[in-house]
Design a protein around this ligand. Structure first.
Ligand code: NAP
Length: 281
């Protein structure tokens, strides 16, 4: 921090925590913005999480990201905002006057990336189709509803889970069967994959996208690999796309700002740095 010799530090708390790209993002911003700070990885098992979070300040941290399996538990251990409570998970914690606060930045990460990747996507968005009903899906639904999308079809492999999530978010979210996906495409201007299908080690998400309108946008949350089969199919149809790495970078902005006091930008240079890290590890 300027005018102070005290180094500010934040960390990522997870179990396991070693695979995250968050350190690459935050270290890039610390360097380019000239902030004397650090971002570390803390591997903390579930049974040690509450004690760790309770001693964040004593450990010299101004805040933290939390990841699997701690995102839900973090809600109970900090003053969570409405967004984190609606999503049912917190991923960003910060100390404010000694009080530990929590939010969920996946919402703005998804929306910020969508706005940057497909400007004006919401001008003609009659309906959206969201695939998946886990934590990431709830963040996406929260963001889309807040933006005013009138109708969101929600398809999940396990239908009961889609029903439960739709009930939580209200009548604008309509649960549908997984097998209905392709028949719904002509009505949708936005298709979002929030499932883990397409991730390295998981089966690909194979959909015939020919039914989507020509001005539809396809958003992917998976970022390992960067180019999933869904994105490849969308690009082959010359549809606009928003990828998972973009979301990851945008979701990191607020944590950095809260911890280090400077608002960083998502730039082509940052993307290149993270992409290089993804391809070398
Ligand atoms: P989660 O809560 O575990 O949910 C996983 C979802 O994937 C569930 O809807 C599950 O369906 C579905 N699924 C898993 N295997 C499937 C299969 N074989 N066929 C169909 N559906 C399947 O996980 P999450 O936290 O929501 O994360 C989901 C994805 O989003 C992950 O790939 C994660 O890396 C990514 N993500 C990316 C970002 C980013 O910044 N880019 C941020 C958050 C999450 P069931 O209910 O039927 O099991």
């Amino acid at each position: 921090m300027e005018g102070s010799t005290k180094l500010k530090a934040a960390c990522l708390v997870g179990w396991p925590a070693g695979h995250s790209r968050s350190p690459v993002i935050h270290k890039h911003w610390l360097k380019t913005l000239g902030v004397a700070g650090d971002y570390r990885i803390e591997a903390v098992p579930p049974e040690g999480f509450a004690a760790f979070i309770g001693s964040l300040q004593a450990r010299g941290y101004v805040g933290a990201n939390v990841t699997i399996p701690h995102k839900e538990r973090a809600l109970d251990l900090a003053h969570a905002d409405a967004r984190a409570r609606a999503v049912g998970a917190a991923n960003t914690l910060w100390l404010e006057g000694g009080v530990l606060r929590a939010t969920n930045t996946d919402v703005e990460g998804f929306m910020g990336n969508l706005d940057a990747s497909a400007p004006g996507w919401d001008r003609a968005c009659g309906a959206a189709l969201v695939l998946g009903a886990g934590g990431a899906a709830r963040a996406v639904l929260f963001g889309l509803l807040e933006r005013g999308v009138e109708l969101i079809y929600l398809a999940n492999r396990t239908r009961d889970r889609a029903d439960a999530v739709a009930a939580q978010f209200g009548a604008r979210v309509r649960p549908v069967d997984w097998r209905e996906i392709e028949s719904l495409l002509p009505r949708c201007h936005l298709l979002v994959n929030t499932t883990s299908l397409g991730m390295a080690g998981e089966p690909p998400l194979r959909l015939d996208l020919k039914g989507l309108p020509d001005n539809a946008v396809v958003a992917e949350l998976v970022y390992v690999p960067l180019q999933t089969e869904l994105l490849r199919a969308a690009r082959a149809r010359e549809l606009r796309t928003a990828d998972g790495l973009g979301m990851l970078m945008y979701q990191a902005v607020r944590g950095f700002t809260l911890w280090f006091g400077k608002q960083p930008e998502v730039t082509a240079k940052l993307r290149a740095v993270v992409e290089a890290d993804l391809t070398t590890s």
